[in-house]
Design a binder for this molecule. Structure first.
Ligand code: ZN
Length: 130
């Protein structure tokens, strides 16, 4: 279940996470509850920016058919310039990916729900041309 605000157009080019104001932890993907503070959670949305650097990655050759992913694909750990570390797919040639590579968020359409017409977007990262 995607948080409802992922569907809003205005957020498409800036990653939105949530921050617990009680303990200061930042979450991405967004959470409605801080696992540390639980009922004392004070959750606000925060912009995380859309650029970062690859900390590590792995090339995945075997994807479930249901994911409709091109194979092989790359999953990486990305440290955003805001300091938050996220896990995401990196869209580039597996031979070109490297640790320390600059990347930026790109939003790709994952699929469309036939019932209510909701289009789901997910974040992927692409190399930044330097
Ligand atoms: Zn907290």
């Amino acid at each position: 279940m995607l948080p409802r605000f992922w569907r809003k157009i205005k957020y498409r080019y800036n990653l939105i996470g949530t921050k617990c104001e009680n303990c200061g932890r930042t979450f991405y993907p967004p959470r409605n509850l801080c696992p540390e503070c639980r009922r004392k959670s004070s959750i606000v949305e925060v912009e995380l920016g859309d650029t970062g650097v690859v900390l590590s990655y792995s090339v995945v050759h075997d994807a479930p058919e249901s994911m409709k992913l091109e194979r092989p694909y790359i999953v990486g750990l990305i440290r955003l310039d805001s300091g938050v570390v996220v896990t995401s797919q990196i869209v580039c040639d597996p031979e070109d990916v490297r640790i320390g590579m600059r990347v930026r968020a790109a939003f790709r359409r994952y699929g469309e729900d036939g019932e209510d017409g909701i289009i789901y977007y997910g974040t992927k990262f692409v190399p930044v041309e330097e």
